[in-house]
Write a protein that binds this ligand. Structure first.
Ligand SMILES: Nc1ncnc2c1ncn2[C@@H]1O[C@H](COP(=O)(O)OP(=O)(O)O)[C@@H](O)[C@H]1O
Ligand SMILES: [Mg+2]
Length: 164
């Protein structure tokens, strides 16, 4: 069973392919249980790009807005809830209580959280963490699994694609 997975993302297209792979690996599980993914990495590393591509890869035709100001944007994709949170502007995790985060994370669905460290105390521990890092010639993606469900997603991701 994998616990970590790493790949080089040479360009935005590679980030989008990873997003589509992640969607395929996650959505079945997320339809029957809550699945929590923390997205980490500096500003501009590609966290929002990844979520946008994940949502679009499941057939969503509308605009996928960054939740920088709204904190959360939710989608129903093939009957499964997908929640995109960006906590960059959250000063106090208690602000999240008003968004109904506790209820939301206890129901089946996929939660993708940018800047999860701002939600410490309110967010449950993640099943997976995707860390995006600037490297010469693009980004590196490090995916780590912390629960059996997270490991199942990593296994479903298969072999890293490597440079392209
Ligand atoms: N693998 C990649 N290599 C180079 N540029 C990328 C890659 N993936 C995404 N980008 C670009 O980097 C930027 C990421 O922005 P964004 O997704 O808003 O970052 P974040 O949400 O992490 O702050 C976008 O301009 C996107 O086109
Ligand atoms: Mg972002």
């Amino acid at each position: 069973m994998n616990a970590t997975w790493r790949t080089h993302l040479a360009n935005e297209a590679a980030t989008k392919r990873l997003a589509a792979g992640l969607a395929s690996a996650c959505m079945g599980l997320a339809s029957i249980r809550p699945l929590m993914i923390f997205l980490e990495g500096d500003l501009g590393a590609g966290k929002t790009t990844l979520v946008r591509a994940l949502v679009k890869s499941r057939g969503y035709r509308g605009r996928v807005k960054s939740p920088t100001y709204t904190l959360i944007e939710s989608y129903t994709l093939g009957g499964t809830q997908v929640h995109h949170l960006d906590l960059y502007r959250v000063a106090d995790a208690e602000e999240l209580a008003y968004l109904g985060i506790r209820e939301l994370v206890s129901e089946p669905g996929l939660c993708l959280v940018e800047w999860p460290q701002r939600g410490v105390g309110l967010l449950p521990a993640p099943d997976l963490r995707v860390l995006l890092t600037y490297v010469p010639g693009g980004r590196e993606a490090d995916v780590a699994a912390f629960t059996p469900a997270g490991c199942a997603v990593l296994d479903a991701l298969g072999q890293p694609t490597g440079p392209d």
